[in-house]
Design a protein around this ligand. Structure first.
Ligand SMILES: Cc1cc2nc3c(=O)[nH]c(=O)nc-3n(C[C@H](O)[C@H](O)[C@H](O)COP(=O)(O)OP(=O)(O)OC[C@H]3O[C@@H](n4cnc5c(N)ncnc54)[C@H](O)[C@@H]3O)c2cc1C
Length: 423
């Protein structure tokens, strides 16, 4: 175990200054005005850490604590399931952030003391902060699906709703499934991570089956009353590209699984499958639990600053937040949350008021085959009367039709947002 003293000797403020000295984008840090610790180096956290350094002119010391060695993107991970992309295509290093002076600590945060302003780490002793940013993504209520609430079951029935080892393991299950087998996927009740994600996943698996296992079937059990996003475009893709392969059942919440019998159970039926891909009800990531304010699931924030409504000095981003009206839980949104928080924290730490009217945007591309893509887009602005971000109505729209041109845009979107966060 590295002691806090060793850690500070090796990589504290001195290392930050040294890293800064070699960086053209950020001026050399003189005397820091304070320290921000960011927990989670995904879409929200990595963006926030980078922009805190750039926009503060290097005057804020930034520590990014992340448990995983590399960034693996959930957006485009369905393409790995479909077989048109590899894990290498969707994996990026966080090392470049060091050039902006972000000090990266590879560790698992065990706890937060918001009173004393300290985080408890696993390898290093606790670290103090002036402000904390939390972007831990999601964890799950496994207890809501009793048959899945143990480690053995979770090895066999995957969610693959966090990109990484589960993405590869699910792909392996699909590859070893017999031709003529049944793949079952569920959609939890909204809000969940990435509204179009499950419907895109069905397209990707269907694209793979069409080429490699054409007698196979897909059953989509949706807890919601209808397809949650881009419904007409997804239906058209299913009917025109994968006719007869996909059965869609709305109002069909998966309440349990029979692991031995490989069956997914709703209130009224039990469905047998060869590969079960079950996403339990999601909630804010474990480390954000003390700041949950709604339905035992999500963290309320002040949308001008992303500051928690129950803990001063703690800013929460991304999927862990109680979403503003019509705001999707998306990587694009988490990236924008990261920028609202970075700008607001810099103002607050300099004794100034944050921007009173932030405007942010979302675009979500979905690959309905290996090449053809559809999108949904929206712009959201702060409404002082409602004290939240709301969509600007004319900005909300979807593709006229799927196309290969949008396929190029969709892949370029991923490269651009990864560069914005990490390069
Ligand atoms: C299949 C799929 C497809 C998707 N497609 C799209 C898309 O096309 N477009 C789009 O915009 N969004 C898409 N999304 C949604 C997107 O992935 C999420 O909205 C986004 O990742 C949320 O960002 P975040 O920062 O909240 O969480 P994440 O990006 O998940 O980052 C959380 C990070 O925190 C780390 N962490 C958590 N707890 C700790 C701890 N205690 N200590 C240290 N580190 C910790 C995790 O390791 C992780 O790296 C998709 C999601 C899925 C599953």
């Amino acid at each position: 175990m590295t002691s806090r003293r060793d850690f500070l000797k090796a990589g504290g403020a001195a290392a930050v200054s040294a890293a800064l000295a070699g960086c053209a984008a950020v001026p050399e840090m003189k005397k820091p005005i304070g320290r921000v610790i960011v927990i989670g180096g995904g879409y929200g956290g990595a963006t926030c850490a980078k922009y805190l350094r750039i926009w503060s002119g290097g005057t804020i010391e930034v520590f990014l604590v992340e448990r995983d060695p590399t960034f693996v993107s959930c957006p485009t991970s369905n393409l790995v399931l479909g077989g048109s992309r590899t894990m290498a295509d969707i994996t990026r290093s966080r090392d470049k952030l060091r050039e902006y002076g972000v000090h990266i600590i590879r560790d698992d945060v065990r706890g937060i003391d918001a009173q004393k302003k300290r985080v408890r780490l696993t390898r290093v002793e606790d670290l103090p902060y002036d402000r904390l940013v939390l972007s831990p993504g999601i964890d799950f209520f496994f207890e809501a699906i009793p048959g899945l609430n143990n480690a053995e079951a979770q090895k066999r029935i995957l969610h693959a709703w966090k990109a990484g080892p589960q993405t590869l393991a699910l792909r392996a299950q699909l590859e070893s499934m017999r031709d003529g087998g049944v793949y079952i996927l569920n959609v939890p009740n909204a809000p969940y991570r990435c509204p179009p994600g499950p419907y895109e996943r069905v397209c990707q698996v269907a694209s793979y089956f069409t080429k490699s296992k054409p007698k196979s079937k897909i059953l989509l059990l949706d807890a919601n009353p209808d397809i949650v996003s881009k419904a007409g475009l997804f239906r058209a893709a299913w009917n025109q590209l994968y006719k007869g392969m996909i059965e869609y059942r709305p109002n069909s919440e998966v309440k349990d699984v029979d692991v031995r019998g490989m069956a997914a159970k709703t209130d009224f039926d039990s469905f047998k499958g060869d590969v079960l891909n079950i996403c339990p009800p999601p909630r804010a990531g474990d480390i954000a639990r003390p700041f949950i304010t709604a339905n035992n699931r999500w963290c309320g924030v002040d949308w001008l600053t992303m500051e928690s409504t129950v803990a001063k000095g703690v800013h929460i981003l991304g999927d862990a937040t109680l979403s503003a009206p019509a705001m999707p839980k998306s990587g694009h949104m988490a990236n924008n949350h990261g920028k609202i928080a970075a700008a607001a924290i810099i103002e607050l730490m300099n004794g100034r008021a944050p921007n009173p009217q932030p405007v942010i945007a979302n675009t979500c591309y979905s690959f309905v085959s290996d090449k053809q893509v559809i999108h949904v887009t929206s712009v959201h602005h702060y409404d002082p009367a409602q004290k939240t971000l709301v969509p600007i109505k004319p900005s909300v729209g979807v593709s006229a039709q799927r196309s290969e041109l949008e396929g190029a845009y969709g892949w370029a979107w991923a490269q651009n947002i990864w560069a914005d966060m990490l390069a």
